[in-house]
Write a protein that binds this ligand. Sequence first.
Ligand code: OAD
Length: 234
Amino acid sequence: MSAIQNIVILTGAGISAESGLATFRGPGGLWEGHRVEDICTPEALARDRPLVLEFYDARRAALTTVEPNPAHHALARLDAEWPGELLIVTQNVDDLHERAGAKRMLHMHGELQSALCEACEVRLPWAGPMIGHADCPSCGAKGALRPDIVFFGEIPYQMDVIDRALARADLFVSIGTSGAVYPAAGFVQTARHYGAQTLELNLEPSAGSFHFDESRIGPASRLVPEWVAELNGS
Ligand code: OAD
């Protein structure tokens, strides 16, 4: 790969799978016990708020039992060392990229360790359970806090920042995502449109594999450190 300065990396649930966090759509995926539409929509929150809060409380608690894996660490090293522009866009709501040390990153689908007030729209750090503690400390609205997660039908965060980075990217790399959820699934086409090379690293071919210049198949904990070493050596 030649003349690469600006890199955009999209990550999905597959990068955290080897840390012990279940993916969404694979065997053992989170949705097996719960239908997506029972949990991840504004309608679900309106219909059965305790179910939604408990679901995300359990996922937030699970973060304390897992650690970043070699794929997160390799991306954090790349972030620290890469002299050009770099942006890690994660669809994940876990904090494993940050815990590995990544800085140039954003959470387009929100964060488990953040709460959003439906009354005043403040976003605030949140560590413990939300159920039973959902009064907003900022505006005081009773029971107004919800998980700061982008539900189906809502617009992901920082799309303007992502679009600008994609337009400037020389290389777009997608890691551990099934390509089932838009707009993230369309980033490869946007990046290509602007002239970027495109690479997919995934355990299996994704729904959009055919859009990529190259697809490497295998576990992220092996493929990502190999790719970072290759890039640093080029
Ligand atoms: P998915 O569960 O849809 O896809 C995970 C992908 O990771 C699959 O293609 C797997 O083959 C791959 N994979 C699994 N283990 C892997 C490993 N060890 N190494 C590399 N790849 C591996 O998860 P996402 O694509 O992230 O949205 O799902 C996108 C969005 O759907 C999520 O952000 C979530 C969900 O609705 C929200 O929560 C808003």
